[in-house]
Structures are given as C-alpha cells and as structure tokens.
Design a protein around this ligand. Structure first.
Ligand code: SF4
Length: 887
C-alpha cells in the first residue's frame, strides 16, 4: 500500500507540544510518529500522541450548524449569533456578553476571539480554561519579572545538575519531558532529581528524593529553602544587588514562617533529614531547574507558592543561563499561545495590560477599534457566577467543557441551563456542555485545522491540516471572524487565511515595543504564505536581532519591570481554604491519568488509551480504607458539600493518610456519576483566580450496591436507567460497560435483554443463571460472532474482562468457547492478559507479571526484549518498574 508523505504537525494534547509526523494512507488510516526534527521531543512520543490516529474518525462529530437541535445553514447560525449578541449589547451593555475559550484553540483563533471581545464588543469578558491550569504561574512570573515570561527551555533539563519537580506528575502529565529527564539521568548519573508531591506518583521512579509534603505546604518548604540559602551564604550578591529588589523583605518573611530546617520540616510533615538533603543539594548545585505545574498552581495560594520558588532562583542568580531557572509546565497544547494574545480576562493582547491606559490606547490605535475594554473581565469561576446571576446574558463557549471541568460543576450546568443564549463551537456533538448549546457551531478538529501553537518553552510550532474538512465544519477563526463581520466589523476582521491573522499578531507584538515587552515576534510579521506554511519550530522572542529565536531570557539581568529589575515577593504562607472537618474528614486531590486527556472526548475514541484506566477511581491509603470499610476494587461514594461521585476504589500506600485522589477526566458522557468537578469548592487564588482543585474536602463511604456487573457489546448505546453506577469505555470493535445497581430485579433475563435492547424470544441468546450464587451470565451471537455478553453477580468478583474482550476479535466461537464464556473461565489456551499497561503493544499486567516471574526478568529493558512493552513511547516504563518491584 503506497502512502502519502507525512505532514509535520504538532500533538494537540499537553503543553510539551511534541512535533509529530502524521500520514494518511489510501484507506483513510492515520499513523502518527514523533518528528525527529522537532526540538520539544526529537522523535519521542507518549502513549496519547502515539494513538492520535485512533481519534480522527467522525462518529461523534458535530458536523452541521444547529439551532435548538435543528440543522440550519451557516448563514442562519451566524446571523443569529451576531444578531443576538448585538441586541444584548445594545440592551444591556458589552459586559452582558462573555466568551469562554480554550487552550485547545490555535493562536490565530485565540487572537481574533480576544480582538473581537476586547477591541470591538468592548468588554474584558473573555476567559479561558487555561485559567484552571497555569494562571497562577502567569501571575507569579508577572509579579517577579514584570511580564509573563518562562525564562527556560527544555534543553535545560539535560543541562541541569539538579531538577526539582514540584506539584508535577511529569511521568503521566508531560511524559516526553519525563523521558528526557530519564535519559538525562542515564547520561549524567550525578543528576539529582527531587520530587515534591503529597502522592508518591509514577514520577517518583526517577527521583533520588521524594518529599511527600503535607498538602498545601509548598510555600513553607521554599521559604525554608530561601532562609537556608541565606544562612549558608549562598546569596549571589552581584546578581541580587544589581538586578533585583525586595530581597530583604522576602528574607524576613521566609525567616518568619520557616526559621529553621526543623521548623520547615515540621510544618511540611517531612523528615528533617530529607528536607536538609534537599536544601543542601540545592545550595551546592549551581545548575538547578525547578519545574512546577498544576500541583503548585491549582491552589488558593498558587501565586505565592510559585513566587516562593522563584525567590530561591533570584537569590542564587540561577536564571536565564543553561541548566537553571524556574520552569512552569503548561497543561494544554496552546496555553502559551493564549497568554501571548491576551486570552485571559485580565490581559490585553501581546503581553500588554488591560488596566494600563498607555497599553489600551496603543492596542486600540493598532486595531483601529471603536471601543476597547479598560477593565478586567470576569475570570472563569466568576464568569459562570455572573451567568447564574443573570449579569451575563449570552456566552460563547469554544472548544471546552466547563460543565465537567469547572469547580462546583453542577452550578455551572444550572447556570447554562437558565442562560438566555448559549453558543458553543466544538468538534464533538455530545459533550456535557455542547448539549446545552442553543446554537451549536461545528469546528474543525486536529488534523483538519491550520495555524500555530506555542508550548511550555515558548516554542511556536505549526499545526497543519492533512485531513479533508468533514461535513460543514469550519475553523474557529473563520467562525469568529464571520460573527465579527456580521456585527459590523468587517473591515477589521477581513482575514482570508490563518497567516493573515498570524502576521497581525506578530506585528502587534513589535508595535511600539522598544524593548519594553520581551514577548516580541515581530521577526515573523512579514511571513509569506509559503514561509508560514514551512515555518519551523522557533522559540520566541523572534526579532530582527534574534531571527532564529531565543532559548532563554533574563540571563543579562534585564527584566521587564519599569526599573528593569526582578522583584522578590515576600511570602507569608497561607493554608488551603478548605480544611477537613468531622463531616468531611479527607483532603480531596484531583489530577490526570496517563492515557486520558481532559474530558475524554478525544482519548475516549481510542480503545488502547481507554484500556489503561477504564473507570474513574478514588485512591485511598490502606489505613483509611480499613477505617471506612472500602475495599480495593469495590465501589465507593465520595461526597463533598457540593456533590458526589461513584468511583472504583484503589487502595494504595502511595496516597497519604487523610487524603483522597480522584482523576478529573470523567464526564456525564462516559459515566453516571464521575464528574469530580461537581465536588470541588469554588475557591480561587485571590491574585490569579485559579481554582483550588487540589484541596477540597470530602468523605468516603462504601457504595452498597446489591448487584455488580459488566456488559461487553458492539452496541454503542444501551438502556442504563436501572444502573445506579455505569461507566462506558471503548474497546476494539466494542463498548465496555461496568454497571452496578441498588434495586434487585425479579427477572434477570428480562433485565439483561432490556439493557441490551433485545426483544423477548431473541434467538442466538445463551444464558446461565446460577441461583445458588446469584450469578447471571448471558451472551448474544450474530451468526457465529459474539455480539454482546453480560455478567452480573452479587459482588464485584466477576470474570476477567480482558479475556472476554479478546473473544470479540474471533470470527467464530465454537461450542467449547461458548461454554467457557458462560462459565466465565478462559480455556487453557486462552490467556487472561489483565489490564493493559503498554498501550502501544497491547500488553497486559498479568502477562507482564507472569513473564517477570517465569523468565526472571529484572529490568524494563528485559521486559521490552521479551514482550515489546515499553519499547515504543515508553509511557508505561514507570509501571513496568512498579511491577518489577512488586515481584
Ligand atoms: Fe502529545 Fe505526549 Fe508529547 Fe504531550 S508528551 S505533546 S501528549 S506526545
């Protein structure tokens, strides 16, 4: 089979921003490989990126514009949106409209959305889901440097002698950077890695020292470090006296809250010798990179936490030089692009300030706009509160799913249900949010759209189209500019191609800049169509003086503040707002799993990604599990003052006592009660507005289901009304449903048929009811092929699913195989592989454990040689290490 040549584009998932080479063959199959020429990954990939080809199909796409659920023409949809927005602005003012956008948008989309809202509608009410991800890092950089600047680049991870990973499960959330750190350690055995995280995550595999800190104590730990550095005489006096201000105040605050190693260790509930080791290594190592991510940012004091670690880098002058600096990793593929164009409600475009008259005047002149917003708009949490209060009467939600991802998510849903006008543009038809849209606009997806994204290290890369445009879907920038034109701003939104927008964005970055703003990509403002098309990844700033980009910033000691000096910020650590009570005794933490992304709309299309973690779960320490009488593999109800979820229990001593962890991904599309956002209290950082998603409080109890079961079926929709608990995930050619219920049906056979939507008297239906054990099993065949099977019993002890899933790959099941199916026991030659660990080669946990035992395998490399597991993207290597350790 001949293939078309690969298209070089960028992965749409995390902020690492890996370059990928995507190939579409003549059968419409897409294969994706790492782009060896891309500086972010140099050919590496993780499991999510490798499986991108599984996610480009159209089954669940929104393909036509709709109003009130009816297909309409683009003209009707766009006229309606523009007309209604215009009316609402006339009747209630510009602040009655809001846009809620996304780090999934391309920079060009983001730019025109921000321009329309701030420069033409005249409101600051545009915020982004990046608010939930890294807005605390943005605010901390601005406080310290005068501008939102990440001074480091990924190469610094290889050049460092010490890497501090704080609030970052890098192994799962930024897997290619984790791979780079693992490789750096191999090349440099002296590299010292510290992990600061209340959980012992998979990232601990690469760490020499894991500090399992008490949740919320990060600022105390870094204040203690600053104090230690001072007492150890580690101040870089030339740097701090010439290039910084405010050091004495910061030192005084540090001494106040963490006067000694012992005090810091006590406050953080860490062993004194571990804290001392961390401080000692930091003090004596010049080349230190401190990587921070959502564990730092998603806090009511996230900005202070970030500034507490930045202070340590300023004190030692470790910034802007190879192998050192405070390095925020963004969660989303284009969170950084959103920061460039002012996608946050308190920013203007091109790193200018909304509440700075000089900046607003400058941007208004550049845009030649009739109005300009001069005050910050509502940040994400407040934006939806304002919808609930009726202050905002129309909202346009682009490429994001706030009904799942925002705190107090049930209130967000209620707010949208009563909002006068909800416009959604998305590529997926049935998300929890899209369902609530009065007007639904079909957007292009990855592989179809064209533009740029910027990753965590300021590297601008192209996303290129290699798939045909499906249905009537259109790019987000086209949809936004068409609405703008219909609102009367045609002359200012007359863009024909993403490059037209990119050039304007680049020109604005250089407009009256005079070296005042480090974000400057004016070197790209004259790109031709061809040059844009072939643009190679480049780290900004890109200027006439630096036409090939810039690896690091601030190495010359000249910062973006008015006086050119960086600012120490005195930090007085604050406790998280929600503290455990007798009613809600646990700290509830949330985060990601390895193979899912955001609300699963894309990764849920991939059977191999869905097989790694197919259900939402709660991780709990063994002592807490025993006290609460919840068992590993059982179901539990986790409940806060705002809502509850039903999730599977994972008992693990990698979790601290008194803490629970639940992943953030599950939505109403994939689970009955798995939206953890519904439990999170809407508490935000007062500076950044970022919600405290890592520290709510909750209680846990056993879910007293009377029956448990599962269904494997080629059918995608089943009648699950009798299941108190259900979760669905995609397998190869089938759907897997885990189910459980409170009530006991009188007739299991009738219930099973109704679940599967089968009429009574269905032929090709085999069933088995063990009345003594109360086990019911049935299978439906189509010809000789298995169509569906259902297993129900009084407890969670049910047959292995992975073996049964493999039977769906058989064209013919003989009598023996059918009998073994109903008995729930694999035939001797049928192997139960267990939960999939290596998604690339479909290798299960039981297969790996058996091989470790039988073949006496000792290293991940041994496992790779024997089973291939871990030899492609490497995302499963931390789990291979855990399985080796368990043996
Ligand atoms: Fe995509 Fe994985 Fe790279 Fe992130 S690390 S950009 S998810 S391939």
């Amino acid at each position: 089979m001949s293939k078309t040549s690969p298209t070089l584009t960028t992965c749409p998932y995390c902020g690492v921003g890996c370059g990928v080479a995507a190939t579409l063959d003549e059968l419409g199959q897409v294969t994706v490989k790492g782009d060896k020429s891309h500086p972010a990954n140099e050919g590496r990939m993780c499991s999510k990126g490798t499986a991108l080809g599984d996610t480009v199909y159209l089954q669940e796409r929104l393909l036509y514009p709709e109003i009130a659920g009816e297909q309409v023409s683009w003209d009707q949809a766009l006229d309606t949106v523009a007309g209604e927005f215009g009316r609402i602005v006339r009747e209630h003012g510009p602040d009655a409209i809001a846009f809620y956008v996304s780090g999934q948008l391309l920079t060009e989309d983001y730019y025109v959305a921000n321009k329309l809202m701030k420069g033409f509608i005249g409101s600051g009410n545009i915020d982004t889901n990046s608010r939930l991800c890294m807005s605390s890092a943005v605010a901390a950089y601005k406080r310290a440097f005068g501008e939102d600047i990440v001074p480091c680049c990924y190469d610094d991870l290889e050049r460092a002698k010490m890497i501090v990973l704080t609030g970052s499960n890098t192994a799962w959330c930024h897997p290619v950077l984790y791979q780079r750190i693992v490789k750096a350690r191999k090349c440099n055995p002296d590299l010292f890695v510290v992990l600061i995280d209340p959980r012992r995550t998979q990232t601990a595999n690469v760490a020499d020292l894991h500090l399992g800190i008490k949740p919320g104590r990060d600022a105390v730990l870094f204040n203690g470090l600053l104090n230690y550095l001072d007492e150890a005489g580690e101040n870089n006096e030339i740097f701090s006296s010439n290039f910084t201000t405010g050091m004495e105040e910061a030192l005084a605050a540090a001494k106040d809250s963490a006067p000694s190693i012992k005090a810091a260790a006590k406050s953080c509930q860490l062993p004194v010798e571990d804290v001392h080791e961390f401080y000692r290594m930091f003090a004596r190592t010049e080349r230190v990179v401190t990587v921070f991510s959502q564990g730092t940012n998603q806090s009511s004091s996230g900005v202070d936490k970030a500034n507490s670690l930045i202070n340590c880098h300023l004190f030692t002058g470790r910034i802007g030089r190879p192998g050192m600096g405070p390095f925020s990793l963004t969660g989303q593929p284009n969170a950084m692009g959103g920061r460039e164009v002012g996608g946050l409600a308190n920013q203007l475009a091109a790193h200018m300030e909304l509440e700075n008259p000089e900046h607003t005047d400058r941007v208004q002149r550049f845009w030649d706009s009739p109005v300009i917003a001069r005050k910050s708009g509502a940040k994400a949490v407040d934006l939806f509160r304002n919808i609930a209060d009726g202050k905002i009467k129309a909202v346009w939600i682009m490429a994001t799913n706030p009904v799942v991802s925002l705190p107090e998510a049930d209130k967000v849903r209620a707010a949208l249900e009563q909002c006068e006008l909800v416009v959604v543009s998305d590529c997926v038809r049935e998300t929890d949010t899209v369902k609530l849209g009065h007007v639904r606009l079909p957007a292009l997806a990855w592989g179809e759209q064209d533009g740029t994204v910027t990753n965590s290290e300021r590297c601008i890369s192209r996303q290129r189209a290699f798939l045909p445009v499906p249905g009537q879907a259109r790019s987000d920038w086209w949809i936004i500019t068409e609405v703008a034109k219909r609102m009367g701003f045609a002359d200012h939104f007359d863009f024909n191609d993403p490059v037209d927008i990119f050039r304007e964005h680049a020109a604005l970055s250089g407009f009256e800049n005079n070296g005042q703003r480090a974000f400057n990509i004016s070197g790209l403002e004259t790109l031709s169509y061809d040059e844009y098309d072939t643009l190679k990844p480049v780290r900004w700033p890109v200027t006439a003086a630096a036409p090939n980009g810039t690896d690091r910033l601030y190495g010359n000691g000249k910062f973006s503040t008015a006086d050119g000096k960086a600012r120490f910020i005195p930090i007085t650590p604050r406790n998280p707002v929600s503290q455990p009570t007798s009613e809600y005794p646990y700290v509830l933490n949330t985060g990601r799993v390895r193979d899912h992304w955001h609300t699963i709309t894309r990764t849920g299309m991939s059977p191999r990604l869905s097989s790694h973690t197919f259900e939402p779960y709660v991780e709990i320490h063994p002592e807490d599990a025993a006290r609460e009488e919840v068992v590993d593999g059982g179901l539990a109800c986790v409940e806060s003052a705002h809502g509850h979820v039903f999730v599977r229990v994972r008992v693990s001593d990698s979790q601290q006592t008194g803490s629970l962890f639940v992943p953030m991904h599950w939505s109403g599309q994939f689970s009955s009660q798995g939206r953890i956002g519904a439990l999170i209290k809407s508490v935000v950082d007062p500076v950044s507005g970022q919600p405290e998603s890592k520290h709510s409080t909750a209680k846990i109890s056993k879910c007293k289901a009377n029956w448990h079961g599962f269904i494997l079926s080629r059918r995608s929709s089943l009648d699950l009304q009798y299941s108190t608990y259900w979760v669905r995930s995609r397998g190869k050619g089938l759907w897997r449903y885990e189910i459980a219920g409170l009530e006991q049906p009188e007739d299991w056979a009738a219930r099973a048929r109704s679940l599967l939507g089968l009429p009574n008297g269905q032929t090709d239906w085999a069933e088995f009811f063990d009345t003594s054990q109360n086990h019911y099993r049935a299978a439906q065949f189509k010809g000789s092929r298995l169509e569906s099977c259902i297993f129900i019993g009084p407890t969670e002890m049910l047959p292995p699913r992975d073996w049964l899933i493999s039977l769906f790959q058989e064209d013919k099941l003989d009598r023996k195989a059918r009998a073994s199916l109903l008995s729930g026991t694999p035939l001797i030659d049928q192997e139960d592989t267990g939960r999939i660990v290596c998604a690339c080669f479909n290798v299960g946990e039981k297969t790996i454990s058996r091989s470790i035992h039988e073949q006496k395998l000792k290293t991940p490399e041994d496992i790779g040689a024997c089973l291939q597991a871990g030899t492609n993207c490497g995302s499963c290597i931390p789990e291979l290490r855990e399985l080796l350790a368990a043996r």
